[in-house]
Design a protein. Structure first.
Length: 143
């Protein structure tokens, strides 16, 4: 029988998840390097008119927004890799129950089991105004 870490993950399954997280980390880092080069090219291009200038501003704004999202996701990936090293990976941070391997395959940065995630989403939907964003850690206002 395969050795199970945290009482529920097979060593081979954990290795698959770790390799997946490492691949995601590498993809994000490489994408950020490419975007930095593209951002420099867009900034240096000579704008011929207001439409070109506006279009470049939209492209830069979108790139910055997506880069910020990827940076946040990269933090989650690095945290998951750190949790693997400390044998905390795959355990729900709310209830302490094991997170299903299938869920971890679909979302390797999951910190909540499906039951806690569903409950969390129900609470967020009920308290839409003045809620705290889990990913950003900031209060969200709908005003």
């Amino acid at each position: 029988m395969a050795k199970r870490l945290n009482g529920h993950l097979k060593k081979t399954d954990l290795k698959k998840l770790k390799n997946s997280l490492l691949a995601i980390e590498e993809r994000i880092i490489n994408k950020q390097l490419t975007k930095n080069v593209n951002f420099s090219i867009i900034q240096k291009s000579d704008n011929k008119d207001d439409v070109d200038s506006a279009n470049n501003n939209i492209l830069i704004s979108n790139d910055l927004r997506f880069s910020n999202r990827e940076r946040l996701y990269l933090k989650k990936v690095k945290n998951a890799l750190k949790m693997i090293e400390t044998d905390e990976y795959g355990m729900c941070t709310d209830c302490g129950s094991p997170i299903n391997f299938v869920r971890l395959q679909a979302r390797p940065t999951s910190e909540l089991c499906i039951s806690c995630k569903e409950e969390n989403e129900r609470e967020e939907n009920q308290n839409a105004g003045g809620r705290t964003s889990k990913s950003l850690g900031k209060t969200v206002s709908l005003v």
